[in-house]
Design a protein around this ligand. Structure first.
Ligand code: SF4
Length: 355
């Protein structure tokens, strides 16, 4: 583990199907489909793409009866555990549990009060599946909002603790909590407060994080601060765009903190006036071609012979531009001088030898 990381917070462990969350399990990566859930083929195709990229738990929206009807086929066809995301109607949550999902995501604040929450909990307990309670700055309890005037970190944490107490009262411990806001500082502080008060695993993320570049940065800062403090058992990077794009960001955040080691890390130079090859294009193509690889591998794509060879040598495989030619390295050794236009092909060939 990286020396900048504090020991992981001790949390109880729950299982999303085959994926453990908390209790020392690796920080898992999740996402949410944006297909219509009742379109089974499209949803399964997206789940397969997410899973190929490294997503380990996938959530689907369950807005009505048509989505519930699709769930058995989605659960059966998915390679990763499926979580049903339900708001407002507790009957949908119960039906989703009966349809075989591996977990439920509800917000006790909008599912219809303690009695109905109790019915959802009973359905989850019967099937041995966990529940994630989601607390969001946009849907805080009225009394907390009236007291504080607006969402605050303390108010968010208090709402989450209330949710845990409600579940405790129902004898249900198979819980994960998420506390999210689009305000990075508020999210970080609310998670810190909650983490100091319970052993419930935390699903962390910045909600409505924004467009891909801004969202990736905001997620990296917010999640990075928490993860470096040992807080966070499972993560979701929320971006306005295809969910498939969230997974490389999540992987980069975790691997840059030394929390996950699998997968390919592509290092690319920022390019400058010396650049002699299409660094961004080559790096993007290599990253996408090797997205599903679990073997830890560092691939460097460098634009020229100034800093290029040095960095490329440190990587498992590297390339540095040099006019119409490029130098190819493997484990620090020059393998070949090749035509620059065959670079992608050769980098992938070398990578596959090491996988
Ligand atoms: S490696 Fe070369 S091309 Fe890339 S930024 Fe550095 S000097 Fe510029």
């Amino acid at each position: 583990m990286s020396p900048i990381i504090k020991p992981r917070r001790q949390t109880r462990q729950v299982k999303f199907g085959t994926v453990p969350v908390g209790g020392g399990a690796p920080v898992s990566i999740q996402s949410m489909t944006n297909t219509r859930t009742d379109d089974v083929a499209a949803t399964l195709a997206q789940i397969a793409r997410l899973s190929d990229r490294g997503c380990e738990i996938v959530r689907v929206a369950v807005p009505g009866a048509a989505a519930v009807s699709a769930l058995p086929d989605i659960v059966a066809g998915s390679t990763v555990p499926v979580v049903a995301d339900v708001h407002f109607d507790h009957r949908l949550a119960i039906a989703a549990a009966e349809a075989g999902v591996r977990a439920l995501r509800i917000n006790p604040g909008n599912i219809g009060g303690a009695e109905r929450t109790g019915e959802v909990v009973a359905a989850a307990a019967e099937r041995g599946i966990p529940i994630r309670i989601g607390v969001n700055a946009g849907s805080l309890e009225k009394d907390i909002l009236e007291r504080d005037g607006h969402p605050t970190a303390a108010g968010l944490a208090e709402s989450a603790v209330r949710g845990v107490e409600l579940m405790d009262g129902l004898g249900f411990a198979d819980l994960v909590v998420s506390i999210k806001s689009s305000d990075v500082a508020m999210t970080v502080e609310a998670n810190r407060i909650f983490a100091s008060q319970t052993d419930v695993p935390l699903h962390i993320g910045i909600t409505e994080a924004g467009t891909p570049a801004a969202g990736a940065a905001r997620s990296g800062v917010g999640m990075g601060l928490l993860l470096a403090e040992g807080i966070g058992d499972t993560v979701r990077v929320s971006l306005a765009g295809p969910p498939e794009d969230e997974i490389p960001v999540a992987r980069a955040i975790l691997s840059s903190l030394g929390l996950r080691h699998g997968g390919v890390t592509v290092i690319a130079c920022p390019t400058c006036g010396r650049t002699e090859i299409d660094v961004p294009g080559i790096a993007a193509e290599v990253e996408s071609a090797l997205a599903g690889v679990k073997t830890p591998l560092v691939v460097a794509v460098m634009g020229c012979a100034v800093n290029g060879p040095g960095e490329a040598r440190e990587a498992d495989i590297g390339a540095a531009g040099g006019g119409a030619k490029a130098v190819l390295f493997r484990k620090g050794e020059v393998v070949a001088k090749i035509d620059a236009d065959t670079l992608i092909e050769r980098l992938l060939e070398e990578a596959r030898k090491l996988i």
